[in-house]
Design a binder for this molecule. Structure first.
Ligand code: IPE
Ligand code: IPE
Ligand code: MG
Length: 250
């Protein structure tokens, strides 16, 4: 089993739709999905991981170039140890599989988030993934784990301050590009479309800098129930949006 799943889906986005270059998804609703079925929350996370494999494949098939997934936030440590351990175990399995398949599936995997505090075995896997990713040219898959925008921006500010103190950067030269280049997402274009399933309408500390001009799409489907058709609906709505970036439509 690979990160993106083996099975090709047959759904194709209609020709009139504009497929976003970069889709970012907040993988939310696993716990409620499990609760509805009388299952432990961890079963919801396992089901959510399977859904991500299927949706990843579908996004690649319709031509998405960058796919970003929010899988574990800096605040998710507040959950029970059992749940946190189960999530990291699923993440480890998923990263291991993906590392093995990155070349054959042509998936360039990037990890966004603070590596401090991550389980040691995950950290060493990430070093292998980073090395392998440099050699791969294909869909870029950004997995946000131990990720929070406030942590990301704080980390960037600290690095910029250190460079100023060392004399390698002047404060007057710091601009938005400087900040962007110090974020975990440096080099990745901003998301065109941010999708949050499960009915919640907030970013929960996700890509707050990068989503300044992203189109936001909310739906009620719980993440484990999310289907390629839900991506189609989001992409169709995205195609109807008018992105102005503060300017005026010509
Ligand atoms: C998202 O699902 C997965 C993580 C945050 C790790 P949740 O676990 O937040 O599911 P709900 O929101 O409780 O249903
Ligand atoms: C956001 O979902 C984080 C991830 C999906 C990884 P949460 O379930 O943690 O967010 P809140 O608590 O509902 O804001
Ligand atoms: Mg949630």
């Amino acid at each position: 089993m690979c990160f993106f799943g083996r099975k090709k889906t047959r759904h194709i986005a209609p020709a009139h739709t504009v497929v976003p270059e970069h889709i970012a998804i907040i993988l939310d609703g696993n716990g409620r999905w499990a609760k509805k079925r009388g299952l432990p929350r961890t079963a919801g996370h396992a089901a959510g991981a399977e859904t991500f494999r299927r949706i990843g494949t579908y996004c690649r098939d319709i031509g998405v170039k960058y796919l970003t997934a929010y899988a574990f936030s800096t605040e998710n440590w507040r959950r029970s140890k059992d749940e946190v351990d189960a999530i990291w175990s699923l993440l480890y399995d998923y990263l291991r599989e993906t590392l093995e398949r990155m070349e054959t599936e042509r998936v360039k995997m990037k990890i966004l988030g603070s590596r401090e505090g991550m389980p040691e075995r995950v950290r060493s896997l990430l070093e292998e993934i980073d090395r392998k990713a440099e050699t791969i040219d294909g869909i870029t898959l950004c997995l946000c784990i131990n990720y929070g925008s406030r942590d990301e921006i704080t980390h960037a500010v600290r690095e910029i301050c250190e460079e100023c103190a060392a004399g390698t950067l002047e404060a007057k030269d710091v601009d938005a590009d400087t900040v962007a280049s110090h974020l975990y997402s440096a080099g990745i274009p901003d998301p065109d479309l941010v999708i949050r399933p499960s009915g919640e309408k907030r970013l929960s500390n996700f890509l707050m800098w990068q989503s300044a001009y992203s189109e936001l799409y909310f739906c009620d489907t719980l993440w484990p129930d999310f289907k390629p058709e839900d991506i189609d609906l989001a992409v169709e709505e995205y195609s109807r949006r008018d992105r102005r970036y503060g300017g005026v439509k010509s």
